[in-house]
Design a protein around this ligand. Structure first.
Ligand code: 8YV
Length: 332
C-alpha cells in the first residue's frame, strides 16, 4: 500500500542534472528551479519559511538573516557542495537545523583541475592557445627562445590543506616528479607521508618562502580567511606560482594581483575568486594568470554523485536516522 504520509517539502535553489531532479521529485515534494536563476535573499527567506529541507549551493548565502526567519519546519540544509562557507553554521546549530554536505565525490575532479592548473600556468598553455587563435593561423612558426615556460619536474609543491583533495593533488603531482611539501592543521598519517615522500611544515611562513608552486586546498572558514595575507604573500619567491581551486577568500586577492603585476609572484592559476562572481580585472588582464569560472568539480559524473549524496542525506534524515554527511555530527 502506498504511504499516505505527506512527503517533505524540499526546495532546490539551482538547476540540477535531470536524473537527480527526477529522483528528488519521486521521493519528495520538490520545488525545482528549472530556469536556474540564482534566488534572491528574499526568495531564500521565503523558502526557509515553508521548506522542510533546503538544498542550496555555493551561490546561495544562507546567512543569519535567512536562518533567523526560517520557520520551525526547516530541519535540514542539505548543501549541494562540499564547502559550507555559504551557510551560517553557528546560527543553524543554535536553531537545531542540521547541515549536510557532499564530501568525497568531487575529490578526484577537483584534484584533476588543480593538476591542470599546476601544468597550465608554468607552461603557458592559455597564452599559447590564445596566441594561435588571435593570429588566426598566421603563426610565424617555432623559435628556440619563444614561449618559454618553466619546468615542472623536480620542483617543490607546497600544499596548503592536506585533506582528501590535497592528498589527491599530491598523488598526481608525485607522478609528475614534483616534491611534495604540505602545511595542515594536523600532520597526516605516517604511511601517507611515506607514500608521498611528503615533508610537513608546521610553520606555513617557512614553507611559503621555499616553494616553487603553492596549491591552496583548504576550506574557507573564519580561521582560513586571508590565510595567504599580504604579509604571507610577500614571503613567496618571485619565481613561485600559486594555484587555488579551494576558495577565493583564502587569499588576499588584491595583494595577489598587485604582486603578480609587480613581478613579485610568477603567476597564478585561479578557479575561485574572493568576490565571486566578480573577478578582479587586473587578474583577468594578466598574461601570467590562468582564470577559470569555478569549474573544479564541474563534471556530469560529479554533479550526479553530488545529487545522489544530497538525496541520501535527505532520505536518511526523513527516515529518522542520522544523515551520513552531517557537518556537525554531535547535534543529531
Ligand atoms: C561546487 C565547490 O561545485 O563543493 C564545493 O565546495 O566548491 C564546488 O566544486 C559548489 O560548491 C556547488 O555548490
Amino acid at each position: 500500500m502506498p504511504s499516505t504520509a505527506r512527503k517533505p517539502k524540499v526546495v532546490v535553489t539551482r538547476k540540477l542534472p535531470d536524473i537527480v531532479e527526477t529522483r528528488m521529485r519521486e521521493l519528495f515534494e520538490t520545488q525545482l528551479n528549472i530556469a536556474d536563476t540564482p534566488m534572491s535573499q528574499a526568495a531564500l527567506i521565503e523558502a526557509a519559511k515553508t521548506a522542510n529541507v533546503l538544498v542550496p549551493t555555493v551561490t546561495d548565502k544562507i546567512d543569519r538573516s535567512v536562518l533567523a526567519q526560517a520557520g520551525p519546519q526547516l530541519k535540514l540544509i542539505a548543501n549541494f557542495g562540499t564547502g559550507v562557507d555559504n551557510v551560517d553554521l553557528d546560527t543553524a546549530r543554535n536553531r537545531s537545523i542540521i547541515v549536510t554536505n557532499t564530501p568525497g565525490v568531487l575529490t578526484e575532479d577537483t584534484a584533476d583541475m588543480t593538476m591542470a592548473l599546476i601544468l597550465a600556468v608554468p607552461r603557458r598553455l592559455a597564452e599559447g592557445t590564445a596566441y594561435l587563435k588571435e593570429q588566426n593561423a598566421a603563426w610565424g612558426g617555432w623559435s628556440p627562445t619563444w614561449m618559454l615556460g618553466n619546468r615542472i619536474y623536480g620542483k617543490r609543491l607546497g600544499i596548503i590543506g592536506m585533506g582528501r583533495i590535497g592528498t589527491a593533488v599530491a598523488r598526481r603531482a608525485r607522478a609528475f616528479g614534483l616534491q611534495i611539501h604540505y602545511h595542515n592543521r594536523r600532520r597526516v598519517a605516517e604511511e601517507i607521508e611515506q607514500e608521498l615522500e611528503a615533508t610537513y611544515w608546521e610553520s606555513l611562513d617557512q614553507m611559503l618562502a621555499r616553494m616553487d608552486i603553492i596549491s591552496v586546498n583548504c576550506p574557507h572558514t573564519p580561521a582560513t580567511y586571508h590565510l595567504l595575507s599580504a604579509r604571507r604573500l610577500n614571503l613567496l619567491k618571485p619565481t613561485t606560482f600559486i594555484v587555488n581551486t579551494a576558495r577565493g577568500e583564502v587569499i588576499d586577492e588584491n595583494e595577489l594581483s598587485r604582486l603578480i603585476e609587480a613581478e613579485k609572484i610568477a603567476g597564478a592559476g585561479l578557479d575561485v575568486f574572493e568576490h565571486e562572481p566578480a573577478v578582479n580585472p587586473k587578474l583577468l588582464s594578466s598574461s601570467r594568470v590562468v582564470a577559470l569560472p569555478h569549474m573544479g568539480s564541474s563534471t556530469i559524473e560529479g554533479r550526479v554523485d553530488m545529487g545522489e549524496k544530497v538525496i541520501i542525506n535527505i532520505k536518511t534524515f526523513m527516515d529518522g536516522h542520522a544523515p551520513p554527511d552531517r557537518v556537525f555530527p554531535a547535534m543529531f
